[in-house]
Write a protein that binds this ligand. Structure first.
Ligand SMILES: Nc1nc2c(ncn2[C@@H]2O[C@H](COP(=O)(O)OP(=O)(O)O)[C@@H](O)[C@H]2O)c(=O)[nH]1
Ligand SMILES: [Mg+2]
Length: 361
């Protein structure tokens, strides 16, 4: 079969990677293209995989390790999508706290797998609020070592895609593009919004017709990188809830506002917290990608007797504390109104990145 076009959509937690991939997948499928998607996380039970499966069933998950540390798992995922779907295009989302992708992913793919994939220029998505802070000397609302990862991601990108442009005025956006370009001279800076659809077609045209050069090898301190990842506690949980003709959107709202109250009280910095409430085909999603003002609720899980709730939280605290805090919020929201069964529950601190390959010469 022909080579598959592989588009890596990197960028920090909450930047908008999954939403963009979902949007682009829908557009490509409507044009009759065969599309495969790959998600990635340090643990199974991913909200992103559930969400993307709403766009296409062809979603492969590399869980338990990032693409770079489980390069063979990543290649297996690519191969399975080529075999099962004969994918023309694969869109892949690496873990949001992952960096050094050129040396650990792009180069090994170009060297060993170029008969199977054409790798597009590495795109790094960037949330405008965090980006502004980082550009002008701030910490992006992150621990300094997590902010270090953020900067390194931007530094190695071949395309920076500023996301969520619907949140900015025209003048603000123009200035942000100008200032980003001034900081990263050798990178193409683009901007898009999945909310209003602007910029997506232009970005896709840019990356789908070029090959990544794989030349920007980072000078990166792995101790700082490892610490930047380790400051975040990681929790993935799945719970089945039962009620009587319950209004699930109101429960999701209670959970998300409970999480916001807890974050304020504990003064915790957030990488990303996302919760999906699934009632058969109907679903609603809650997201927090920074301070509590970033809370977004989308979709509707409607009414029903059964709900599946998946929670993915990456918050700057120990995983044990995160576990306690999330449990408390859930208990308060559920408060004897529903019966619950925990189907999966994992909390962890990401280990030191140890890439399968690092081709830096
Ligand atoms: N306003 C706005 N919000 C967006 C846009 N794209 C994504 N988001 C929101 O940003 C949050 C994080 O998005 P997600 O795709 O999960 O980010 P990821 O962690 O990078 O995969 C969600 O609440 C999305 O609804 C956008 O273009 N505009
Ligand atoms: Mg995602």
């Amino acid at each position: 079969m022909n080579q598959t076009r592989l588009i890596l959509c990197g960028g920090f937690l909450g930047a908008g990677k999954t939403t963009l991939i979902w949007d682009v997948a829908q557009r490509l499928i409507a044009q009759g293209k065969r599309v495969g998607l790959i998600t990635n996380d340090q643990a199974p039970e991913l909200v992103d995989s559930r969400l993307l499966k709403q766009a296409t069933p062809h979603v492969a998950e590399v869980a338990g390790s990032c693409f770079c540390c489980n390069f063979n798992g990543f290649v297996e995922a690519i191969r399975s999508l080529r075999k099962d779907v004969e994918a023309d295009v694969i869109l892949a989302e690496p873990v949001g706290s992952c960096a050094d992708l050129t040396a650990t992913i792009v180069r090994p793919l170009k060297k060993y797998y170029n008969t199977e994939v054409i790798v597009s220029p590495l795109t790094v998505l960037s949330d405008p609020t965090r980006l502004k802070s980082i550009l002008y000397g701030g910490d992006g609302g992150l621990h300094e070592d997590a902010a270090y990862i953020y900067r390194k991601q931007l530094e190695e990108s071949e395309v920076i895609l500023i996301t969520k442009t619907d949140l900015l005025s025209e003048e603000e956006l123009e200035k942000l593009i100008r200032d980003t370009q001034a900081c990263f001279h050798h990178t193409k800076v683009m901007a898009a919004s999945t909310m209003n659809g602007t910029g997506i077609r232009e970005w896709f045209k840019e990356v789908a017709n070029r090959q990544g050069e794989g030349k920007k090898i980072l000078d990166i301190n792995y101790d700082k990188y490892a610490h930047g990842e380790a400051v975040l506690g990681w929790l993935n949980g799945t719970i089945a809830l039962t009620g009587q003709n319950a209004y699930w959107d109101s429960l999701l709202k209670d959970i998300m506002t409970g999480i916001c109250r807890m974050l304020k009280k504990e003064k915790l910095r957030v990488g990303h917290i996302k919760v999906i409430a699934e009632n058969g085909e109907q679903y609603a999603v809650g997201n927090i990608t920074g301070d509590v003002s970033t809370l977004q609720l989308r979709g509707s899980a409607g009414r029903g007797d059964n709900l599946k709730l998946i929670i993915n939280a990456r918050v700057e605290t120990t995983p044990e504390h995160l576990d306690e805090l999330i449990r408390d919020v859930l208990l308060e929201a559920i408060d004897g109104q529903y019966t619950d069964e925990v189907l999966a529950w994992r909390y962890l601190q990401p280990g030191r990145p140890n890439p399968t390959y690092r081709m830096a010469d």
